[in-house]
Design a protein around this ligand. Sequence first.
Ligand code: HEM
Length: 413
Amino acid sequence: MSTQDAEIKCPFAHQTFPWPRDAHAPLDPPSQYAAVRDEGPMAKVELWDGSSAWIVTDMEHFREVLTNPSFSASPLVAGFPFVAPARAAQSKSYQTFITMDPPEHGHYRRMLTREFMAKRMQELRPLVQQSLDTLLDQMEKKGAPADFIKDVALPLPSLVISIMLGVPYEDHAKLQKWSADRMDLAIAPEALTRSAKEMTDYIDQLLREKEENPGDGSDLLGRLAAEWVNPGKLPHAEAVRMATLLYLAGHETTANQIGLGLLSLFQHPQQKADLIADPSLVRATVEEMLRFHSITHMNSNRVATEDVTIGGQLIRKGEGVLALLHAANHDPVAFPNPERFDIHRENNGQSHVAFSFGIHQCLGQPLARLELQVVFETLFKRFPNLRLAVEFDALPFKSQSFVYGLRELPVSW
Ligand code: HEM
């Protein structure tokens, strides 16, 4: 069906993208993805502002787009596709290495690579464990039913990233609010701009204090100040943006993944029992959660900087591409029966793209994996009868968020 000259006609061209999920299957990708994949696997869709962009729905071409230097991750390049007005409003004013191209991208990313290496993660493990234990103690003390999102899934990554960065945890409520605003696709652009400025001002002030007093090097902001900003190798404003990115990227994402991951285990009691019986399954369980939920379902967006052919389809310079990792992770060629949550899948960790692919692949993935593994190693040891306290149909999903998840997850034990 694909050809150089004729554009693939999207059977859902009349439905503005992003497409809603089926209310009866809120964990599955929108059903249109499979239909496009069967036909294309790419198609042109219409966005909220009347512009159009290509969607990529299969694994092969997802990887091809994200490794092809003819695509830019910068929202400043004309034609970059925004999935909502809120994304357009923030992306133009908020540039950091996640939206940069080589060589700038690598220049900044390399400054942080060391922070996420295996050795540092091992050093962090006791902190993650201790933070989780404290949150579970508090949840138990308050008594059932509890909202697992509010009591554990959100505060854990928030606590860990705050300690890692050197951000005072007593400020977490406002940081959590600012982070949630950034992920909200329905927020008014003016409200988002205000919220983003408040967060920038806060991090700006904090970093100035670290520049004056970097401390003993035990937190990331102190190290950033001492090793890069103070010697003049990194401008202060750029360091503020990098720190903001780390807080944002390391918080809502992991929190939503913890919530949805737990929900999937509730829905599959046999797999939950298998995990309890064999704790070595925790790694595979976490990888399947990452694949199945693909929570950053609107990543990874790019724009062509020159004419380029992908899968036989000509994409012209200035055309936007939405490489849908959620769709790629549900490509049946890559994962047989993709709509089945299955912790016994083989080699999943090496092949899913929940953290994307190519040069922008998630820098914080070792931390996300660490937190998820500690949660799912600990939870059922501590609460073997942990269960959903409401009907599945009563659960509130975040339908208007850049990161998919649950607003609440009531549990009993
Ligand atoms: C389950 C949790 C997480 C998921 C699913 C996730 C997903 C992603 C994805 C898909 C990208 C690529 C975006 C693109 O292609 O444009 C990305 C980039 C990134 N993530 Fe994560 N992330 C998670 C947790 C974290 C954590 C814990 C941190 C750090 C504290 C983090 C830091 C970053 C950074 C810095 C980038 C930009 C990398 C670059 O552009 O080179 N992420 N993440």
